[in-house]
Design a protein around this ligand. Structure first.
Ligand SMILES: [Zn+2]
Length: 150
């Protein structure tokens, strides 16, 4: 699923909902906008704070329910790194995650143009990759930790 990356979170949410066919409540829309408006792989608690800016009466339990529904419908990605809190990613393009050891910042990393997972990993012959859920860790230069919406 690919949408115009120059759209606002509200426009992207509307477009995603149309294509996913999920019933969009005000609460789901607020949560989706909160996730789409961020590139820092926020936790549910962080999304709750952001969603409250959009829909002040929303509860944390509702945010959790909305995140579960949005992840199940494929509108966002639900991430688990080690024993930390779940995080959520709005980037639906194939990518892996790079976690900076020092800050814990999570960056989206895409394959270099023209490469496929089969070109990078020593996969069993005949394997067909349907998604990527890989996590890399390392020390990332400070200048590369500035997260901007692409
Ligand atoms: Zn991501």
């Amino acid at each position: 699923m690919s949408i115009a990356k120059t759209s606002t979170p509200r426009a992207m949410a509307a477009e995603l909902v149309r294509t996913a066919g999920v019933r969009m409540t005000r609460q789901r829309r607020a949560v989706l906008e909160a996730v789409l408006g961020s590139c820092d792989h926020p936790t549910a608690a962080s999304i709750f704070e952001r969603a409250r800016q959009i829909l002040p009466g929303i509860s944390l339990a509702t945010v959790y329910n909305c995140l579960e529904t949005l992840a199940e419908t494929g509108l966002i990605n639900h991430l688990n790194f080690d024993n930390g809190p779940s995080r959520f990613c709005a980037n639906l393009e194939p990518h892996v995650h790079l976690i900076d050891d020092a800050s814990g910042t999570v960056l989206d990393i895409h394959l270099k143009t023209g490469l496929r997972p089969e070109d990078v990993f020593d996969l069993p012959p005949g394997t067909c990759i349907t998604s990527m859920d890989t996590c890399l860790r390392g020390r990332v230069p400070q200048k590369s930790l500035v997260i901007e919406r692409k």
